[in-house]
Design a protein around this ligand. Structure first.
Ligand SMILES: NC(=O)c1ccc[n+]([C@@H]2O[C@H](COP(=O)([O-])OP(=O)(O)OC[C@H]3O[C@@H](n4cnc5c(N)ncnc54)[C@H](O)[C@@H]3O)[C@@H](O)[C@H]2O)c1
Ligand SMILES: [Zn+2]
Length: 417
């Protein structure tokens, strides 16, 4: 079915046109740091005292505005939590992150005068479900936590999404704080208030919007993150570059991505801060995804199909998004909305980030269509997609594309093994 004909805008509509990222802090110098060597990370990281004041990016949402503090050692700093956590806290973590950082976050909160409990969930996307969510409610009720309790999400996007959803629902809503420990969570999932769990029929299908009180992002905590997880988070940084921040894309391409993979802390801090500036600006403009926020889903409609088809946890979220981004770039190019140079740069940078750009074997166009049909962006039966348009850094969210081009993209990717 062809989407209704009409004059195609030559570029993205104004609300979705690339804007210079709104700066919540002084604009950072666009640096091109050379790849740095990774120092040998201890298996259990020691506390790091912040050498310099953390960078702070604000998410501007009126009364619900909050700061994102980014720096090495902020996780141990009671000042990070002060004013954002009440008298009681329930830390939600998992059995991988807990042994690494729970003691330190507990100590920081206690030194800030907070009574602390914790609950440890099983690790992994496969456990991002209602059954595991219930463990948080069990712990909150067993500890007689009331509405004066703050949930503290200590972990990656899975823990953050689940703790946030638990905070949205527990006693009809309690405050929560995000302490992201993956690059994915630092650059994306901890900011913006989207929370939830998966259903076997679809990813993130059950959830709520619930903004955190603060995001405390300790760059040093990424030292223990496996390489594959680091690369996974990079796909969302590439996303900001493609949809609205061409200078960020240029920086990644010119050595920023390589520096991050080499765990250069300055490069990591830069990428996190720039990503948070982008995400904060988009969320402030459109908290509930009525418009421009949907652009953050570049590659996600295809990617969610990959994640669902493979079983949650087989493909990491960022890996699936990378495949989806390559597909979105391919489709945009087939539609004539970007030139082949932009497509090739997108795919080239994803590859340089050591991310997959091909569909897993066995997936078929029909399977993609079926899985994409349950996407949250489907309107009146039409799958709306985020597609690149115009020069690098521009995109649109639309159902008005030639379906034959989508068929061609699905055919090309599913045939290419
Ligand atoms: N809410 C949003 O806006 C949003 C945005 C993007 C992604 N997400 C969600 O985020 C999830 C993916 O998040 P993720 O990539 O962080 O995955 P994750 O939370 O599963 O973390 C990845 C792995 O790294 C481990 N880990 C975390 N921190 C570590 C550390 N510092 N050292 C060593 N190991 C560590 C985790 O235990 C896990 O095994 C998906 O469920 C996705 O849907 C949500
Ligand atoms: Zn994502």
């Amino acid at each position: 079915m062809r989407a209704p004909a009409g004059p195609r805008p030559r570029g993205p509509p104004p609300a979705q046109r690339t804007q210079p990222p709104a700066r919540a802090t002084a604009p950072p110098r666009r640096m091109r740091s050379p790849p740095g060597a990774r120092s040998d990370a201890p298996s259990i990281p020691h506390a790091v005292t912040p050498a310099t004041a953390p960078a702070v990016v604000r998410v501007d949402l009126g009364a619900r505005s909050y700061p994102i503090s980014i720096g090495a050692g902020v996780l141990d700093d009671l000042a990070s939590y002060a004013g954002h956590v009440g008298k009681r806290a329930l830390i939600v973590t998992n059995d991988v992150v807990g042994p690494l950082y729970l003691e330190r976050v507990t100590a920081a909160l206690k030194s800030a005068g907070v009574a602390v409990d914790s609950v440890t969930l099983p690790d992994g996307e496969a456990h991002k479900d209602l059954a595991t969510l219930n463990l948080i409610f069990d712990a909150a009720l067993a500890g007689r936590h009331g509405r004066d309790t703050t949930l503290v999400a200590l972990g990656g996007g899975v823990v953050g999404d689940m703790a946030g959803f638990a905070a949205a629902a527990y006693q009809r809503g309690v405050p929560f704080v995000q302490v992201p420990t993956t690059l994915m969570a630092a650059v994306d999932s901890s900011v913006g208030g989207k929370t939830g769990v998966n259903h076997h029929a679809g990813k993130n299908m059950i959830g709520a919007f619930h903004q955190p009180n603060a995001v405390i992002c300790d760059v040093a905590a990424l030292d223990t993150l496996p390489d594959r997880e680091l690369a996974s988070g990079l796909s969302e940084v590439v996303k900001y570059g493609l949809i609205r921040d061409a200078p960020l894309f240029d920086w990644l391409e010119a050595g920023g991505a390589a520096a991050i993979l080499a765990r250069d802390r300055a490069a990591l801090t830069h990428a996190i801060r720039e990503s948070c500036v982008n995400k904060a600006a988009v969320v402030a403009a459109d908290e509930r995804e009525g418009g421009v926020r949907a652009t953050l889903n570049l590659g996600h409609t295809f990617g969610h199909a990959v994640e669902t088809a493979q079983g949650y946890g087989t493909f990491l979220h960022g890996e699936a998004v990378s495949v989806g981004t390559a597909m979105a770039a391919d489709l945009s190019c087939r539609l004539g909305w970007i030139d082949a140079g932009v497509r090739d740069r997108a795919v080239g940078l994803l590859r340089a980030c050591r991310l997959p750009v091909t569909v897993p074997s066995g997936m078929t166009p029909t399977q993609f269509r079926d899985l994409m049909a349950v996407d949250k962006k489907v309107q009146d039966g039409v799958v709306r997609l985020v597609l690149l348009k115009g020069p690098l850094g521009g995109c649109v969210v639309t159902g008005d594309y030639d379906p034959a081009a989508l068929d061609a993209t699905l055919g090309a990717f599913c045939g290419r093994k």
